[in-house]
Design a protein around this ligand. Structure first.
Ligand SMILES: NC(=O)c1ccc[n+]([C@@H]2O[C@H](COP(=O)([O-])OP(=O)(O)OC[C@H]3O[C@@H](n4cnc5c(N)ncnc54)[C@H](OP(=O)(O)O)[C@@H]3O)[C@@H](O)[C@H]2O)c1
Length: 231
């Protein structure tokens, strides 16, 4: 397989960091983003990938990210829109400002960055875009108004991009993980061998990319087989 050039947002920890490591293990070039300098430096040192501080919610940062990818790798073959965070509140107590801020990252940032990457993919008639949604974007739950809506939006956006980009040879894959034991939402220290690890999602992403270019997996939900089993 030819060496691929990855841009992974939110690669400083969790699912993104596991994917940075897996792509580097596969011999690929990787630029990844994050906001925490210490975490970025650690992942870069461990994997040999190029980490940069860039907030996906900021247009100027997205312009800088794409320019850095061009300068370092000559372009982007695989864009992974992974950066995201959770804000949970029941209706009646929901702070709309916080919901807007969540959409700035989980939805508008993803759109702004992809806007900047897609023209070159269309020109080359080749490219892969992986959007990380969630099973929360498939089924709503208490407290999920903001987060579920943001991930539902990512699924809808992914379907629109599939319709627009398939004729240009660009694949768009939407991944919907169930609970993954990262530090997401400040839930640190989970280590149940029966629940999903970030590496399981990284493996799922690479599997969708490994399919022959003739084949597109539009959406993939990933669940743990038996997460109710005690460790
Ligand atoms: N964990 C789960 O159970 C689960 C389930 C389904 C879907 N997901 C989705 O999977 C994705 C990754 O989640 P995770 O579990 O790996 O979470 P995580 O461990 O908290 O990692 C999130 C990553 O996103 C980055 N990030 C957040 N906001 C950003 C922004 N505005 N600009 C740039 N980077 C930003 C963080 O960077 P810094 O820390 O450096 O700021 C970090 O690298 C998210 O989209 C999440 O919604 C997670």
């Amino acid at each position: 397989m030819d060496k691929r050039r990855f841009l992974i947002t939110g690669g400083s920890q969790g699912i993104g960091a596991a994917l940075v490591a897996a792509a580097r293990d596969a011999g690929d070039d990787v630029v990844f983003t994050g906001r925490n300098e210490e975490l970025i430096a650690r992942v870069a040192a461990e994997t040999g990938a190029h980490g940069m501080r860039a907030d996906v919610a900021l247009a100027d940062d997205n312009a800088r990210t794409v320019a850095e990818c061009r300068a370092r790798m000559g372009g982007i073959d695989v864009l992974v829109n992974n950066a995201g965070f959770g804000y949970f509140a029941h209706i009646g107590e929901l702070q709309v400002d916080k919901m807007k801020s969540q959409f700035d990252t989980n939805v508008f940032g993803l759109v702004d960055l992809t806007n900047r990457v897609v023209p070159e993919m269309k020109e080359r008639e080749r490219g892969d875009i992986v959007n990380i949604a969630s099973t929360s974007g498939i089924k709503g739950h208490p407290g999920g108004t903001s987060y579920s809506a943001s991930k539902w939006a990512v699924r809808g956006i992914s379907q629109c991009w599939q319709a627009e980009l398939r004729p240009h040879g660009v694949r768009v894959v939407c991944i919907c993980p169930s609970e993954v034991q990262t530090n997401w939402g400040g839930k640190t220290g989970r280590d149940n061998p029966n629940k999903l690890f970030a590496s399981d999602i990284a493996q799922a992403i690479l599997s969708t990319l490994a399919a022959d270019r003739r084949a597109l997996w539009p959406e993939l939900a990933v669940f743990a087989t038996n997460p109710w089993k005690e460790a």
